[in-house]
Unconditional design. Structure first.
Length: 247
């Protein structure tokens, strides 16, 4: 499937974003993002990322989408939030490995962070460095809400329509939806500005990260719907997860 989107939407969504390893990693204070990018060709706003607070822990979950062939995926953090988030000198690498999310279709980091910070994700592709826009963590001032509050309309056979409360917790910029199977394989991954999505109808989709045509759902099989309500500074306001049976 070919991804189609306007130049405006492309720039906007690349600022978004969309987690599990040890929370004991040490921050390497002598390795700044500015040092890493020195004498390198790099592109800013080029990694789709977002972050959320965990459901039952104090961890910050950092999600990202990397293009095929990406390597050397890195996480950088500021010391605190009282910085210029666009100044790379303020970010230091965190020695932590990413882990697969949706069986590797996306990636994730998990961090136990004692204060709110700014975060940047980078990776290398074709000798260039791709750099995300800054993510503002809000694990204390606005922790992510985890819910299963979504309406599912089965009127169209095997094309369920999902609808949720618009901007329920304020600060919404875009919605990210994933349909996955019982083995956590991503079947479709899409972004909309509207608070609804139908599988597989892309009429209101503004960014489609699905690289192949999604398979037909099978009657009676169990699937999962995941939604992330993302703010302009790439923090996830709410995460909705709900299993459903295809009809």
């Amino acid at each position: 499937m070919i991804i189609k989107l306007s130049r405006y939407v492309y720039i906007f969504v690349l600022s978004l974003t969309i987690v599990s390893c040890s929370n004991k990693e040490n921050v390497l204070s002598d390795d700044s993002l500015s040092t890493y990018l020195k004498s390198r060709v790099f592109e800013t706003g080029a990694v789709i990322t977002c972050a959320a607070s965990a459901e039952n822990a104090n961890d910050v979950l950092v999600f990202y989408y990397a293009e095929i062939g990406a390597s050397n995926i890195r996480l950088y953090e500021s010391l605190d939030m009282e910085i210029n988030p666009n100044e790379f000198l303020n970010y230091t690498i965190v020695e932590v490995e990413p882990t697969p999310f949706f069986n590797g279709y996306l990636g994730k980091f998990t961090r136990d962070i004692a204060s709110e910070k700014w975060i940047i994700v980078t990776y290398e592709l074709n000798n260039d460095v791709k750099v995300s826009n800054p993510i503002r963590t809000k694990q204390f001032t606005k922790p992510s809400i985890w819910s299963d509050a979504v309406n599912i309309d089965y009127t169209a056979a095997l094309m369920p329509r999902f609808n949720w409360t618009n901007n329920a917790f304020g600060g919404n910029a875009i919605y990210f939806q994933v349909i996955s199977d019982t083995e956590d394989n991503l079947l479709s991954g899409t972004y909309t500005f509207e608070n609804e999505f139908q599988y597989y109808n892309t009429s209101n989709v503004v960014l489609n990260i699905t690289t192949e045509t999604p398979p037909n759902l099978l009657v009676g099989n169990l699937y999962k719907f995941t939604l992330m309500d993302v703010s302009e500074d790439n923090w996830v306001n709410t995460i909705i997860q709900k299993t459903f049976v295809a009809q």
